[in-house]
Design a protein around this ligand. Sequence first.
Ligand code: NAD
Length: 369
Amino acid sequence: MRLNITLLPGDGIGPEVIEQAVRVIEAVAEIGGHDFSFRKHLIGGVAINETGTPLPRTTLDAALASDAVLLGAVGSPEFDSLAPNMRPEAGLLSIRQALGGYANLRPVKCYEPIANCSPLRAEIIAGTDVLFVRELLGGIYFGEPRGRSNEGDSPSAYNTMRYSVAEIERVARIAFDEALKRRRKVTSVDKANVLETSQLWRETVTRVALDYPTVTLEHLYVDACAMHLITNPLRFDVVLTENLFGDILSDEAAVIAGSLGMLASASIGGAVDLYEPVHGSAPDIAGRGLANPLGAISSAAMLLRHTAKLEQEADDIEEAISAVLYAGHRTQDLKDEATSHSSSTSGMGALVVESLTEIADRRHSYHAV
Ligand code: NAD
């Protein structure tokens, strides 16, 4: 398999974690005889410093010409005083929009050995494995009309939540397709007791479900979902939501993973799929080898699963992460009283590669018997 991947390491810990993700992808290439090529380009603060803009044309062209984009993080306090459209984060928003992914996939897993890193009780969250499928290009963040008004007695502001059947249907299909690869349950989240957009959402998702007779569909109001997520997260498999609800719920659920550094994401369905860890550039720990690379490595696993269709290889990476954690290795964000030593960013990457190689060797010898 050939794959042309654009790397956008960005700022702060972005380059540190992306280096480890690339190492893992290279290990997969070597094990399976794949031909993956990488091209690095500028985005965010480093791009502003070198070119004067957070998303240079060359970066965008390269991203659009590639099979997938793997991004680190952007942002740095030195740019905080710039106008919003000139800041590093503007580069991120522009590339997301240009690549056009309408479905944002955010897996939230609680690996058992680090269940005690979450503020939630370990016995409630251990073993959680939820995939959020959030609609990314519609809803109240984009709906028109929007604005402020000085008419009347008191100034006011307004936004519009709008969804078309086509927008709901395409993201719902992604959620059901993902459920087929998992535990075959979709929880569709809405506020259909109050909002017309939610009523259309519910009707449309119910109709799409007819094409997936082996997947169980349940509907849940967003307020109830927020509660169930932290009281009984094991009940969820795939959670399908519109943009605003998904933004809030996926951040709430992130607490279950134990650290921001564990979380991966993918924005798919557009011209080119974009993969990135959920965390930011973490300027407070940048350049010190303290960053947890597992979110970036999990994003690499998602890239192999969704863009390259290398399901087994993606599973192997996740198994390797789990094995490394079971063996007691931790970056400093996951350290507890029982962990005497913490691994560096590159140390953690090396451990995942080592474990991945062992897993692949084991499978190879099993098939050879
Ligand atoms: P952040 O995610 O960078 O950091 C929040 C906290 O989590 C910090 O204490 C940090 O040290 C820790 N952390 C984050 N990732 C970690 C990792 N992989 N390993 C260990 N610890 C980790 O969020 P912030 O501090 O609010 O923002 C910092 C900068 O990042 C800002 O400029 C912000 O705009 C930007 N940002 C970028 C993105 C992105 O690129 N997708 C997302 C969020 C924030």
